[in-house]
Write a protein that binds this ligand. Structure first.
Ligand code: SF4
Length: 322
């Protein structure tokens, strides 16, 4: 892929939360991500690995313990709330549960119109028509414009959530498991809608998902997260065809094969994801890794660049042992 300027960049993001007993949850621990115009970067990993925390950090919904988020080169993490609000309109989120994210007291057209009112977009008398146009864009009938969220199906609510997210013409969408609550037959429609809108508006999408089949279909690049850290990233086809990190291999082994790009392997990972409170020393995957050596228990593997745009955090993987 030709080198382009990142639209959204996370630099060395850390998010540690203090919890009872003076303990610390290390939810995100030194993650850097870049997202370019018009591309979809998928973030995958087991439940509890820090994907959602990382997406909220990238969205500036919470302040990191340390690290920076930059939107079009501007550091958002250094801004005061009023200045952040201006930049945030170019950064929108599509939520996993549209029902929880939509105000139940507002009709569909009011829900889509609200951000236009909040940011003073367009003339006041034009905003209803702008909202209706967005509702049509997500293939919802304008007949639904005066319905309330509880009167819509799950798929219709998610379309409405997307219409609202698009109202401010963002450059970046962060979609956190946007179809996992929907029926399989509806998932494809919503995913195809996102892909169409992306192509039309050159949107960058950070797509958080545990569904590898959808990731294969939608994303150009993928980053695999384990216990707060990125362990492998690279072009989706390369990573899915030939994951190099032992955890990425195990993760892809564990998914049902619904996509021709995926084939079964025999690496299986033992045990559950450890707690992010007092995570394992060294390589956080070492207690579950079938290849672990003594060094893995004490030395954190750096995320190193390999050929083909791949990055891997493992002491034992290099270009020469491909
Ligand atoms: Fe396994 Fe060691 Fe590589 Fe971690 S660094 S994935 S424990 S071999």
């Amino acid at each position: 892929m030709a080198e382009t300027i990142p639209i959204l960049e996370g630099r060395d993001l850390v998010q540690h939360y203090k919890v009872a007993g003076n303990r610390t949850v290390q939810a995100v621990d030194g993650v850097s991500l870049t997202l370019h115009e018009g591309e979809t970067l998928a973030l995958v990993g087991e439940s509890g690995c820090g994907k959602s925390t990382l997406s909220r950090l990238m969205m500036c919904l919470e302040s990191p313990t340390s690290g920076q988020v930059l939107l079009e080169g501007k550091e958002l993490t250094a801004l005061r709330p009023a200045a952040l609000r201006e930049h945030r309109q170019r950064l929108q989120m599509v939520f996993q549960d549209p029902y929880a994210s939509l105000d139940p007291r507002m009709s569909a057209v009011e829900i889509v119109r609200e951000p236009l009112d909040n940011y003073g977009i367009g003339a006041r008398q034009d905003r209803n028509e702008m909202a209706l146009s967005l509702i049509r864009r997500v293939a919802l009938s304008p007949d639904y414009a005066n319905r309330y969220p509880h009167e819509l199906s799950g798929g219709q609510r998610q379309r409405l959530g997307i219409a609202r997210a698009l109202a401010l013409r963002p450059r970046v969408l962060i979609a956190d498991e946007p179809v996992s609550a929907l029926d399989v037959s509806i998932q494809a429609q919503v995913i195809n809608l996102l892909a169409d809108i992306q192509a039309e508006q050159r949107l960058a999408i950070l797509f958080v998902s545990h569904d590898i089949g959808i990731v294969a279909h939608l994303s150009e690049r993928v980053a695999v997260m384990y216990l707060g850290r990125i362990v492998e990233s690279g072009p989706t086809a390369a990573v899915l065809d030939n994951p190099r990190h032992p955890y990425a291999q195990a993760l892809l082994d564990a998914v049902p094969v619904h996509h021709p790009r995926l084939r079964r392997r025999r690496t299986l990972v033992a045990g559950d994801l450890p707690s992010p409170v007092n995570p394992p020393s060294g390589c956080r995957f070492h207690p579950r890794c079938p290849l672990a050596v003594e060094r893995c228990r004490s030395e954190v593997p750096a995320l190193r660049s390999l050929s083909g745009g791949r990055q891997i955090a493992c002491h034992l993987v290099s270009d020469s042992n491909n």
